[in-house]
Ligand binder design. Structure first.
Ligand code: FES
Length: 65
């Protein structure tokens, strides 16, 4: 599923990033450009981050967004 339409970022990309190393929303913004245009995707991106952080292979998610 595409989370960020403006930058064509999928939930899979976000999950992979969260599971690779601890990150915050600002890291997704910087690395994947999520939410850097209209920003309508930020709530969904945050939901995907939280879901990913609770998955078995996940590493810690930063509380700083
Ligand atoms: S949908 Fe993500 S910046 Fe517009």
């Amino acid at each position: 599923m595409i989370v960020c339409v403006c930058n064509r970022v999928s939930d899979r990309q976000i999950r992979e990033r969260v599971q690779a190393s601890p990150c915050a929303l600002r890291d997704l913004r910087r690395e994947l450009c999520v939410g850097t245009q209209c920003a309508k995707c930020l709530p969904t991106a945050l939901d995907v981050m939280r879901e990913s952080a609770s998955e078995p292979n996940a590493v810690a998610i930063s509380r700083v967004v």
